[in-house]
Write a protein that binds this ligand. Sequence first.
Ligand SMILES: [Zn+2]
Length: 326
Amino acid sequence: MHRRDFLTCGAYAALAFAFAPSARRVIAGEPAADTVVTKDFARVQKVGEGLWSVVSTPMRDGKFFPTTICNGGLVAGKEGVLAVEGFNTPEGAAWLSDLSVELTGRRPTHVVLTHFHADHSAGLAGYPRGAEAPAIVATKETRRLLLEKLHKDPPAGEGEFAKAGTKLLLPDTILVDPAKPVSIDLGGRTARLVPRGGHTPSDLTVEVDGPRVLFAGDLYFNGFFPYFGDAIPSRLAETVAAIRKEDHAVYVPGHGPLSDAAQLAPYAALLEDVGAAARRAVEKGTPAGEAWKSYAIPESLGAWTLFRPEFAKFAFEAWERELRAK
Ligand SMILES: [Zn+2]
């Protein structure tokens, strides 16, 4: 895949926020969580004792704030702090590292990457401070994809995404078994890393108890039509069905506001609807490049920001790829 295609996930995400209202709306299904820090590029909400989410807001009042772009968070125990995501820039990761000191008294000891996309990974170099370098944790496949798609073809400076010359880091702690969850003991708090897939060939969710919080990475886009550029759509639908059933108190999506389990219903219905339309097109022999143009999201599924019309095209193409490969 060409670098431009790879970059679109973040670039499109940014455009989505360009159309979002600058004032915060109260969204049905958004769990109560105190906002403890507000920056131009993100807000930080306390979702439990020793638990914080980062919800990025990269566009506001017509301006672009690329510091973090994706969502993430902090999970603190007595002996360690786990940061979720590497973010879009080293400045974004360094900001969360400093915030970790303010909120927990220490810098992150672990960083977990949910998947390879640059808006979640290009900022990793912002975490290490001299001898205080956290373990950077990812799956074996995510490491391979990072090497193949980002490190061998680094950003050339398009202005809207990870900057040219950004120092890129690779994960150093690898989950080798693609089917086996791993627990990290942070001291009185355990973070479970669950290998899943569908948004990319390898995604991870980060899950904790007390309250039950699931950091979904880009397996979950809340309020925005998801990016299908690297998706395996049938697997994505299965994964979303599985995480919905687990009924966590708080779901932290990869992009968009926090939600509860009920709020995943319209997202799952959207995946089902676009999948059904794309499968019908393949059955009729209509190429994805044509079929997507007549797709409209049913009003019954509520309001979804379609970042650009082509976002539906990526969904149809992903289904076509998958069905033709069978
Ligand atoms: Zn992504």
